[in-house]
Design a protein around this ligand. Structure first.
Ligand code: AMP
Length: 212
């Protein structure tokens, strides 16, 4: 099953994707995570995108589309995948349709206050990328990942000055994708406000996977 997880930053797309990828045995492809890995490794891509990402703006379409096209050409993505954080513009969605049309787009519906609460408490493991939360899912020991022992940190773009910018960018550039995919009959909506176990139930219902 080829899936897009669409929704504002902090809607819980990455957290749900970790659960769904095990159910579907499909790769979780997060463009944000690929960019963060490139930044950590100081590759030419990482150096090019670091300032843009830290400010909360979007990386240009050409760079992002090329990256996703290459990733989706790999063997593990042929039967299905979960795209998290891509597409984020109409141009990206149109490009994706030419090289890998998707089956379903899951729209994570959550009001702004919920997003701000999630982003401001989010903590990410530098080593395994797992998303923790100071209130909803705290690590046992501060700054240390329970799963892999890696350092748990606050993403620069989760700092208050970048959160507002990211929500504005989402509204202007990404939210139009909701109407775009609805018109194509591909969109399903899920209420993303509850905790992940409940969202998983809504997700299974929405995509017809109750048996799993
Ligand atoms: P995320 O982890 O999905 O919140 O992404 C973190 C940041 O990476 C975003 O705020 C953007 O700067 C950049 N990014 C991720 N995905 C895309 C995309 N599809 N198009 C442009 N920029 C992106």
């Amino acid at each position: 099953m080829k899936l897009i997880f669409l929704g504002p930053p902090g809607a819980g797309k990455g957290t749900l994707a970790v659960r769904v990828k095990e159910l579907l045995n499909a790769p979780h492809i997060s463009t944000g995570a690929i960019f963060r890995e490139a930044i950590a490794a100081k590759t030419s891509l990482g150096l090019k995108v670091k300032a843009i990402i830290d400010s909360g703006k979007l990386v240009d379409d050409e760079t992002t589309i090329a990256l996703v096209k290459e990733r989706l050409a790999q063997a593990d993505a042929q039967k299905g995948y979960i795209l998290d954080g891509f597409p984020r513009t109409i141009a990206q969605a149109e490009a994706l349709a030419t090289f890998s049309p998707v089956d379903t787009v899951v729209n994570f519906d959550i009001p702004d206050p919920g997003v701000i609460e999630r982003l401001s408490g989010r903590r990410v493991c530098r080593k395994c990328g797992f998303n923790w939360h100071t209130v909803f899912n705290p690590t046992k020991q501060e700054h240390v990942c329970d799963t892999c022992g890696g350092e748990v940190y606050i993403r620069d773009d989760d700092k208050p000055e970048a959160i507002g910018k990211r929500l504005e960018v989402y509204r202007e550039q990404t939210a139009p994708l909701i109407a775009f995919y609805r018109a194509k009959g591909l969109l399903v909506d899920i209420d993303a406000s509850p905790l992940v176990d409940e969202i998983l139930i809504s997700f299974k219902k929405a995509v017809g996977l109750q048996g799993l």
